[in-house]
Design a binder for this molecule. Structure first.
Ligand code: GLU
Length: 426
């Protein structure tokens, strides 16, 4: 029998995005010294839970949906990572997203393993009452693996602070006491943290600024294109604008728009809030998908879903720096093309780590029932992100590797050192 049995629950016909995550792990192997001995640990999730989520729909019919919670690694602490509601959610996707959380949390030095959850639904196709029932039933089903010191969910694509309020309430009712630390990204009134909502977008800006400082591309006056106009892309666009950048192109699920003089982000955010999309926004010209991917800019921010920066798009991008607001937006083959073209990539596990960093602050505040000011949160976010950026940048320079590989080297060393020190049971 071979040393490692293959994962039978992977569908070989649809390998992505888990295959991309594995490729990224493989690229780190030569840099891990004796820790590479433990590498297989990162190539298989520790725990995979698939749950049936049945609800009564508003019309009285019964419907079943599929939900997941994957704990990729728990060597450095409890699981941590969001919950995604999206029609494209699969076990494979949740596994990859959980793996990226392991790397992100370790790269930032947060005392967590990596986890992720999801339900394969289109949240827009349900009433609020139906979404509440789906969320509560899903939470109850994954209740056996989550908890403030076991695994702590948070928002991701398609979920928000209301989802977290329902999750916190459901878990609390089931355990018989209020457990605010079971999820992060909650409303402030329920133990949420100031600054959490904006933290991912703010972190994207911090990572971009640090990158720009090092290669001489100042944010002030820079042209920026953003894919995705939700909680990450929308906030990032606003913060870039506030710091003197010009947002020249935006794309959401329905539309792409451009304005070489800079898009009025306040107006665009108001339009998207009122109409659910950027489509029909008067302050910019509609452009094609192809034009969007060729927008001339200094900073390109993919802040939507994984697999968006394909090799073909990577060949055409006209930017200096790609800052990954989304998880897994760049395929490994596209990564290579960007590197050949001398386009700097600031990887997801660093660039979008602001969200989980402030989730960590929220969790600490919940445990101590003592809440910090927004200035304090933002100052600590700055300091953690800058410290992680500096260490990863230095490793990239010393080892002559991409910033992504450098982040993976630091993270994997931390995870595998913990794995080794804890030892194998039995
Ligand atoms: N979903 C976010 C991410 O991908 C946040 C996770 C969290 O706060 O736990 O990083």
């Amino acid at each position: 029998m071979a040393n490692h049995t293959p994962l039978s629950y992977l569908d070989p016909a649809r390998p992505e995005p888990w295959a991309s995550f594995i490729e990224q792990i493989d690229r780190v192997a030569p840099h891990l010294g004796h820790f590479s001995h433990w590498l297989e640990t990162l190539k298989r999730p520790k725990r995979v839970l698939i749950v049936d989520v049945p609800i009564v729909r508003d019309d009285g019919s019964i419907a079943h949906y599929e939900g997941y919670r994957v704990q990729h690694n728990l060597s450095r602490g409890p699981g941590k990572g969001g919950v995604r509601f999206h029609p494209a959610v699969t076990l494979n996707e949740v596994m990859a997203l959980a793996g990226w959380m392991t790397v992100k949390n370790a790269a930032l030095g947060l005392p967590y393993g990596g986890a992720k959850g999801g339900v394969r639904i289109d949240p827009q196709a349900f009433s609020r009452a139906e979404l509440e029932r789906i969320t509560r039933r899903y939470t109850s089903e994954i209740g056996i693996v989550i908890g403030p010191d076991k695994d702590i969910p948070a928002p991701d694509v398609g979920t928000n602070e209301q989802t977290m309020a329902w999750m916190m309430d459901t878990y609390s009712v089931n355990v018989g006491h209020t457990a605010s630390g079971v999820v992060t990204g909650k409303p402030i009134a329920l133990g949420g943290s100031l600054g959490r909502l904006e933290a991912t977008g703010r972190g994207v800006y911090i990572a971009a600024r640090e990158a720009g400082l090092r290669i001489g591309v100042p944010i002030s006056g820079a042209r920026v294109a953003v894919q995705g106009f939700g909680n990450v892309g929308g906030v990032a666009a606003r913060v870039f604008r506030e710091n003197g950048a010009k947002i020249v192109a935006l794309q959401d699920a329905q539309a792409a728009i451009a304005n070489p003089d800079g898009i009025d982000i306040t107006a665009a955010l108001a339009h998207a809030a009122a109409h659910g999309s950027l489509a029909g926004f008067f302050g910019a010209e509609p452009i094609s998908d192809e034009e969007f991917w060729q927008a001339e800019c200094e900073y390109f921010i993919p802040a939507a879903l994984e697999g968006q920066v394909t090799p073909e798009r990577a060949r055409n991008l006209r930017t200096r720096i790609v800052v990954e607001g989304a998880n897994g937006p760049t395929t490994p083959a596209a990564d290579d093309i960007l590197q050949e073209r001398n386009i700097l990539v600031i990887p997801d596990v660093l660039a979008n780590a602001g969200g989980v960093t402030v989730s960590y602050f929220e969790w600490v505040q919940d445990f101590s029932s003592f809440f910090w000011s927004e200035e304090e949160i933002n100052a600590r976010l700055e300091s953690i992100m800058m410290k992680a950026f500096a260490a990863i940048w230095q490793t990239a320079r010393e080892r002559k590797v991409s910033v992504r590989t450098a982040a993976f080297i630091i993270a994997c060393q931390r995870v595998l050192a913990a794995r080794e020190q804890r030892g194998l049971y039995p």
